[in-house]
Design a protein around this ligand. Structure first.
Ligand SMILES: [Ca+2]
Ligand SMILES: [Ca+2]
Ligand SMILES: [Ca+2]
Length: 305
């Protein structure tokens, strides 16, 4: 399935791809090409368990349905599958390795079908995009100037997911996705974003179909920035969500975890427990009360995404 959709999207298969497929068909090994130093790996997203729930919910597509991922200090990636009602379940085997030197992990949907196709990371100042099941690909240099880089879905209003980046002066920049991992030039969104210690978002929370972002300030107040769909001014003025969010050392969104079409928020406390805040589709009260979805050990991940 993945190969045919890739073919449809580009209209043509590269010679390398044809060669790879041919090699696979005749059962030869490609081990000879793997003689270089080991590169980071990430598994494809085709999984048997829960696949029907994934695809049904993804069709709605205003809030993507993705695995929640964690990368630990050994560079190993574990995936957690949404299994209904907001619960998550770790896959039996690790889904990636070799990610010791990357940061700012963020999933992204390239074709607007409501599920991520790969992920962005920053490695020694280089932005890379790694298709799930593929190898890291260089996208651009100079990304060391940013202290926060993530994709909050298609904040620019197009089909592909876009990328937000905050520089050390607190200016937030918008890069629009071309649908193949590459990005446009950057657009200045606004300043003052260094007021926040956490920024998260992956799809629509407010109920208008446009992806939103939440940000936590130093006093523990969480703020909602409603998406506008305009790539030059992608967010409306902030509105206050609530206080007390300094309890958490990580606040992230992987999209919709309970298959209701609204993006949810996940927060990790100091004891390593994981909490789910379900999106309500309402800008005034965007989230329900929290539910514990992970009892302990989540502080073993250096990043969640
Ligand atoms: Ca996709
Ligand atoms: Ca919205
Ligand atoms: Ca949800």
């Amino acid at each position: 399935m993945a190969k045919s959709s890739r073919l449809n999207r580009t209209g043509v298969l590269s010679r390398v791809t044809v060669a790879a497929i041919t090699a696979a068909l005749v059962g030869t090994t490609t081990a000879a090409t793997a003689a270089d130093a080991p590169k980071p790996t990430i598994a494809g997203v085709e999984q048997a368990s829960g696949a029907s729930a994934f695809s049904a919910a993804s069709a709605a597509a205003v809030a993507p349905v993705n695995y929640l991922n964690g990368v630990n200090s050994a560079g190993i990636i574990w995936r957690y599958e949404p299994v209904g009602g907001g619960a998550i379940q770790r896959l039996n085997t690790q889904s990636g390795s070799g990610w010791n030197y990357d940061k700012h992990f963020s999933q992204a949907d390239m074709n607007g079908n409501g599920s991520a196709d790969g992920m962005y990371t920053v490695n020694r100042g280089n932005l890379t995009y790694t298709a799930f099941g593929g190898s890291p690909r260089f996208i651009g240099g100079g990304w060391g100037i940013y202290n926060e880089v993530f994709s909050a879905a298609n904040t620019g209003g197009g089909t592909a997911d876009d990328v937000l980046a905050r520089d050390s002066a607190g200016v937030l920049w918008h890069y629009l996705g071309n649908g193949n991992g590459s990005l446009t030039q950057r657009y200045r969104i606004g300043s003052g974003w260094n007021a926040y210690t956490q920024i998260a978002g992956k799809g629509d929370v407010s109920g208008d179909g446009r992806p939103d972002v939440v940000a936590r300030d130093r006093n523990g107040v969480l703020w909602l920035y409603k998406g506008t769909g305009n790539y030059r001014t992608p967010f409306a003025s902030r509105t206050r969500v609530g206080s007390g969010w300094n309890t958490y050392n990580a606040i992230v969104s992987s999209g919709d975890l309970n298959f209701d079409g609204k993006a949810d928020l996940v927060a990790r406390d100091g004891a390593g427990a994981l909490w789910l805040y379900k999106g309500r589709g309402n800008a005034t009260t965007p989230y329900t009360g929290r539910v514990k979805i992970g009892t302990s050990g989540w502080n073993g991940f250096r990043e969640l995404f």
